[in-house]
Design a protein around this ligand. Structure first.
Ligand code: FUB
Length: 306
């Protein structure tokens, strides 16, 4: 399938797509124009709610908006910037994990729960204990274990943490230092907390050496794990080099070895995608800013087969 836009009624981005009950559900960020100028902190991404979109078939011309499923004003701990989210199903309940800034301006991850994939989702009163940064992906392994993979640098604040502790020194690795990599933590049985301290997921280059900060394929944000056979495949964005890459591992915790690029730079600063199997075929759900005329914070959803 060639690339097609999925939803022309509104600006949405950062898709997480899943097949639930035979239908395709897409959980995007809901872009808005909040009047902020573009900066490295990402203040121009000032989203205030989430919607879920549905497709009965991947051949549908457009996805249907099932409506708002969570609003910033209903989340007791969050103050602003509802960024990327993902949903995982367990025992007939649906858990939406999302990133948002708390009242002190620190990104945390929150959980909201629903009885069906179309919500509404009821938020937990507090963020996940020990959570930080952005872009959670909820990966359910074949044995039912659920993992949260997360993290993003610059405005995503990952560089402000070492060994899961917030550090004073907000400095990124440079040049020949290894790049910062995403974090992973297994979730508790009730999917409400981390069951373990998050660990760094190593990404190696094609030579099996740690991916360097200066490498065009360095990790930036938007991690997504899916599994094909026994291989775990990590998709991620390189941010300031604007590529969408993938790396493979035999172990969900990594290390992951770089294998290639899913996408060349799109129109708009960010690139962010998920890989979802639908009817046995692999699809890339992603976004670009073509319909808004290149406005980085007003993005539109797309899908194509890969
Ligand atoms: O949507 C806000 C941020 O932009 C996401 O968290 C990043 O992955 C980038 O797409």
């Amino acid at each position: 399938m060639d690339a097609k836009y999925l939803f022309d009624k509104d600006y949405m981005a950062d898709p997480s797509a899943h097949v639930f009950n035979g239908k395709i559900y897409i959980y995007p960020s809901h872009d808005v124009d909040g009047g902020h100028s573009e900066n490295d902190n990402g203040d121009h991404f000032c989203m205030k709610d989430y919607h879920v979109l549905r497709m009965d078939s991947i051949e549908d011309k457009q996805a249907v908006d099932c409506g708002k499923i969570l609003d910033l004003k209903d989340i007791p701990w969050a103050k602003k910037q509802l960024w990327d989210n993902d949903v995982v199903e367990k025992n007939g309940k649906y858990y939406l994990i999302y990133s948002g800034k708390d009242k002190s301006g620190v990104f945390r991850l929150g959980v909201a729960i629903a009885d069906n994939p179309e919500g509404p989702f009821i938020p937990e009163p507090d963020p996940i204990r020990g959570s930080y940064s952005i872009d959670p992906c909820m990966f359910k392994d074949d044995d039912g274990a659920i993992y949260c993979i997360f993290g993003g640098i610059w405005g995503g604040q990952l560089q402000c943490y070492r060994n899961n502790e917030m550090i004073e020194n907000n400095v990124l690795p440079k040049g020949t230092e290894p790049c910062l990599c995403p974090r992973i933590a297994k979730m508790t049985d009730d999917v409400l907390q981390f069951a373990e301290e998050p660990k760094e997921v190593a990404i190696l280059n094609e030579q099996g050496e740690p991916m360097l900060a200066e490498d065009v394929h360095h990790f930036f944000e938007a991690s997504w794990i899916h599994k094909e056979g026994n291989k775990y495949i990590l998709t991620y964005s390189t941010g300031d080099t604007h590529l969408l890459c993938y790396a493979e591992s035999d172990n969900v915790y990594g290390p992951y070895t770089f294998k290639g690029e899913w996408l060349q730079p799109v129109v708009g600063w960010t690139t962010h995608a998920c890989v979802t199997m639908v009817d046995g075929k692999r699809y890339l759900f992603f976004h670009d800013s073509v319909p808004s005329g290149g406005v980085t914070w007003l993005r539109s959803l797309k899908v194509k087969s890969i």
